[in-house]
Design a protein around this ligand. Structure first.
Ligand code: HEC
Ligand code: HEC
Length: 182
């Protein structure tokens, strides 16, 4: 059984039986991450190489086929050149493919995957239907018209814990507009 389900079952069973629960901080952190976010697993090399122009996106935000395509055309990466030497390329590819959204049990990764057509290989997270659906009510003046945001690709402009893979509503703060209430 997947950890998230085991944890949920324990919590449910304990509440039915009125048994007090003792979890370590690490257990809770993992539970929260799985239910609210995407994997935060990261390697320093990834942050160094893929986090200099924008935040280093969690591998759990795109399926393996998308990472593969992205990594195969780094000479033209959204108009930039972000080519890597062969060894770095291999290490980063293995990291991305091994922790991609289609292999993840984290809830947000599963939602991203469920919204995606099997034949689609998006190069952008911001093109995935689940992503679009979650962000379609945000007025343009808070995004493109906002000097401190500019684009929805800048996750960490609004999601204070984006780099840790956490996107829950409590950590959303749109610059110049404050906390988000829907
Ligand atoms: C030289 C700068 C640069 C480097 C280095 C770089 N990127 Fe990018 N990346 C960009 C630009 C520019 C965009 C487009 C941003 C936009 O449209 O707002 C982008 C966009 C992306 C997106 C799509 C985000 C979205 O809109 O959903 C992903 C995914 C991505 N990069 C992954 C990577 C990975 C993986 C690496 C490391 C191999 C990397 N990037 C390194 C410049 C860079
Ligand atoms: C302009 C600010 C802004 C940017 C930039 C932004 N988001 Fe969001 N995001 C929001 C808001 C606001 C919501 C909540 C929408 C709602 O519930 O009405 C949200 C919701 C989400 C959710 C769903 C959260 C939940 O608990 O259901 C995820 C996942 C998410 N964003 C991921 C991302 C990722 C990944 C990026 C970057 C590729 C990103 N966001 C960029 C503002 C932003």
């Amino acid at each position: 059984m997947k950890p998230i389900y085991i944890m949920t079952s324990i919590v449910l069973a304990a509440s039915v039986l009125s048994v007090p629960l003792v979890f370590s901080d690490d257990d809770w952190r993992e539970y929260k991450q799985q239910s609210l976010g995407v994997s935060s697993i990261s390697i320093p090399l990834y942050k160094e190489e893929c986090g200099s122009c924008h935040m280093a996106f969690s591998p759990g935000l795109l399926p393996a086929r998308s990472w593969q395509k992205l990594m195969s055309q780094l000479d033209n990466h959204f108009g930039d050149n972000s080519e890597l030497d062969a060894e770095t390329h291999k290490t980063i590819s293995e990291f991305l493919l091994g922790n991609s959204a289609d292999q993840s049990q984290y809830r947000r990764s599963r939602k991203l995957m469920r919204s995606l057509n099997k034949n689609d290989t998006p190069l952008r997270i911001t093109e995935i239907p689940y992503f679009k659906h979650e962000h379609n009510e945000i007025p343009a003046k808070m995004v493109t018209g906002n000097e401190q945001v500019k684009s929805l690709s800048n996750c960490n402009a609004c999601h204070a814990k984006a780099e840790q893979g956490l996107f829950d509503e409590h950590s959303i703060n749109i610059p110049g507009h404050g906390h988000w209430d829907d």
